[in-house]
Design a protein around this ligand. Sequence first.
Ligand SMILES: Nc1ncnc2c1ncn2[C@@H]1O[C@H](COP(=O)(O)OP(=O)(O)OP(=O)(O)O)[C@@H](O)[C@H]1O
Ligand code: SF4
Ligand SMILES: [Mg+2]
Length: 361
Amino acid sequence: MSSTDPLLDVSGLTKHFPIKGGFPIRRTVGAVQAVDGLDFSVAEGESLGLVGESGCGKSTTGRLITRLLEPTAGRISYRGQDITHASRKELAPVRSEIQMIFQDPYASLNPRQTVGKIITAPMEINGINPAGGHEARVRELLETVGLNPEHYNRFPHEFSGGQRQRIGVARALALEPKLIVADEPVSALDVSIQAQVVNLLQKLQKELGIAFLFIAHDLAIVRHFSQRVAVMYLGRIVEIADREDLYGNPRHPYTRALLSAVPEASADDTPARERIRLVGDVPSPVNPPSGCRFRTRCWKATDKCASEAPPLVRVEGSREGHLTACHYPEDPQSVAAVPKARGASSGPRLDKAAEDPGAGA
Ligand SMILES: Nc1ncnc2c1ncn2[C@@H]1O[C@H](COP(=O)(O)OP(=O)(O)OP(=O)(O)O)[C@@H](O)[C@H]1O
Ligand code: SF4
Ligand SMILES: [Mg+2]
């Protein structure tokens, strides 16, 4: 890896799931275009948020990057190394550096194994033998995630939802990852507990320098956790920018509509945005609209939008690194007025940083 390489670089990333049909011979009769040509990168230690409505391809993106799914096209490069189609063997050293945390802490932990066994497993599989032994390392990891090390021999059902998610985080940390793909890690949790788990992840990002791809459908949560945010719609990125630019100066109509539905996502000192109600559902990714995929729900769509897919580019009035895919971007707003990384005043209470080991979470 050269010093200029991002940790993760993705270009043209595509996943089309074939649809089989026909009798007696099953043939491919179509494809679910779940992810269709994504370009983005994640720098070392950075958190990139990935947001969008249900079904827009967020989880598929996460699963492609962690290579749980095989890409249909495009390129994934990790520390300068092309891992798009790397074999299991070639992937082995990289696999441990890219870990995933899932939405459902219940489903992702084996109910018949103790916490100690669950967290030890990835170390055993990867032949990692910490100096003080596995048990000492697991106790240390439990402490890192705010759990009581004495609960080493307990089973998942003996913990609350938030605590189980912490176990999932400890398991991901066991291999000292450089990048964690967190797929809606707090969506299944109670709102008060969401903040505690997000705070834990934030602590890991800062103290251990771990980069995150943080997947969420909630723009308010991403705002607190990610320095950069990408907005997806129907398999494509429609806008990507630094946090301040995206929330303070959204240029894509879809981003603006999403933000208008989250009052707390707009800055205190900007006037409340007019609520934009999106009509209709997200179209099927089996047969997405031609041109701009958002055009069937966009109030500004013209013939050009139906015939030409807008490229993801920097538009006039946006700062460097702020890219938008729209033929008629929204008017620029002054981002200078938007304070940087404000503390949370609403939404999940992220200012309540109480990391209380063994407490409700
Ligand atoms: N294995 C699969 N086979 C066929 N289609 C799939 C498969 N996995 C996902 N899809 C489809 O791909 C599209 C994107 O799904 P994905 O799970 O990536 O969306 P998402 O943004 O994570 O949604 P959510 O917010 O609901 O989690 C959806 O239409 C989904 O039905
Ligand atoms: S390209 Fe056209 S349809 Fe798409 S978001 Fe922009 S104005 Fe709307
Ligand atoms: Mg998902």
